[in-house]
Ligand binder design. Structure first.
Ligand SMILES: Cc1ncc(COP(=O)(O)O)c(C=O)c1O
Length: 408
């Protein structure tokens, strides 16, 4: 199949794959599909085949694809002024920070370009907090099954061995605690702990919500030791679970929250949201980013927040309940599904065995899902998904699970 490129040359899918294999650093094992267009929860490949998207580019395209308001905002801003750097003011960064403060209860934002940078910023601000107080604390407590990103700080608090090992030594001051083991957490946190970092629902680790008992242990440990709490809501935040942030659902009040993914609806932007107590310890020059929070990214962020405030979070709550019911009904029909976990529009089907074959089986049937933590099929549909589209997509997933189960 051929497609037009931006300079009107005709290329084939084979050309695309061949060129990448020669010139793109081979860090991604891609599925053999070339997407060229999207609309809402649907995308089309170069052969004109339609797919229902239950992944939204790993939780990024929260408004779906080619959302008219987002497309308009980005186009308008691109024609006006894209970037000026953080050496100057522009109208939108303060507006976006103000809106995020209203959503999170954390009054200040530092803008960056990705989830891993948001986590890096949180780790640095936690260290800076204790340094400014004149009682430096170096230690971070992180959880098994965690994923916080690929840069050195974020990787240091990420548990997965195969991401870590080739790059060691990482930060030596990280202690890992078994997720959802309250006693282990209580024993690990001390007066040397700068911060505990946790995803309220672990995403890459297999869509694992923290239990209420574990959340309570985090709360108690922070109160007892003074340790700060960093909630990594890069995947679970900004309406994904039917709430602005899942930490709140767990009764947690983080000092720092990392966000990214959905914030720009596809335009790269991340942020560290910061309590006043921590913000008071930060000085000019402590951290920075050339691109962070430029005009284009902030316009995209404002558009996403407009939609969230305009009823999208309520929509996720409603459609999420139907999604859960339908997904659990599908899961019950397949012996290969051992557990269903998640909330709102963030779900994992744990197969208890390698989930890899489900991805191509789903693609063949026109639905996009992903495998994570080896055994889990992960679903992160666009937040705008309707009940009808969810039904259709889960019907296709049902067929894919049937095909995989039949050859098990
Ligand atoms: C919870 C969490 N934190 C951090 C990251 C890193 O984000 P990015 O890939 O944008 O650097 C991810 C990415 O999947 C994530 O799920």
């Amino acid at each position: 199949m051929t497609m037009q490129t931006r300079n009107q040359m005709t290329v084939t899918v084979d050309d695309v794959v061949a060129r990448e294999s020669r010139h793109v650093l081979q860090t991604y094992k891609r599925n053999p599909v070339t997407f060229v267009r999207g609309q809402g929860v649907r995308v089309w490949d170069a052969d004109g085949r339609e797919y229902l998207d239950l992944l939204s580019g790993i939780g990024v395209a929260a408004l779906g694809h080619a959302h008219p308001a987002l497309a308009r905002a980005v186009a308008e801003q691109a024609q006006t002024l894209i970037h000026t750097s953080n050496l100057f003011y522009h109208p939108y960064q303060g507006q976006l920070a103000e809106r995020l403060a209203a959503l999170s209860g954390l009054p200040r934002a530092f803008f960056c370009n990705s989830g891993t940078e948001a986590v890096e910023a949180c780790l640095k601000f936690a260290r800076r907090y204790w340094f400014t107080k004149g009682a430096p604390r170096a230690e971070f407590i992180a959880l098994t099954e965690s994923f916080h990103g690929r840069t050195f700080g974020s990787l240091s608090v990420t548990a997965t061995e195969h991401y870590r090992t080739p790059f060691e030594p990482l930060l030596p001051t990280v202690k890992f605690v078994t997720v959802n083991d309250p006693a282990a957490l209580t024993a690990a946190v001390s007066a040397s702990t700068a911060a505990i970092i946790a995803e309220p629902i672990q995403g890459e680790g297999g869509v694992r919500p923290l239990t209420p008992a574990f959340a309570a242990a985090i709360r108690d440990a922070c109160a007892r030791s003074g340790a700060l709490l960093i909630a990594d809501e890069v995947q679970s935040g900004l309406g994904r679970t039917g709430q602005p942030f899942y930490a709140t659902v767990l009764g947690l009040k983080p000092h720092l929250v990392a966000i990214g993914k959905a914030l720009g609806g596809g335009v790269p932007i991340g942020a560290a949201l910061v309590s006043q107590e921590v913000a008071d310890t930060i000085s000019f020059g402590d951290h920075g980013s050339t691109y962070g929070g430029n005009l284009l990214a902030c316009r995209a962020g404002l558009c996403v927040l407009d939609e969230l405030a305009g009823g999208l979070i309520d929509h996720v709550r409603k459609v999420g309940a139907c999604f859960e019911q339908r997904l659990k009904a599908v899961a019950a029909r397949h012996a290969i599904v051992k557990e269903v976990r998640g909330a709102g529009l963030m779900w994992g089907l744990d197969l208890g065995r390698d989930a890899t074959p489900v991805v191509p089986a789903a693609l063949e049937r026109g639905v996009i899902v992903n495998r994570t933590a080896d055994t889990v099929v992960r679903l992160l549909p666009p937040l705008v998904i309707t009940e009808a589209d969810a039904d259709e997509a889960l019907g296709r997933l049902d067929a894919a699970l049937g095909a995989v189960g039949a050859v098990a």
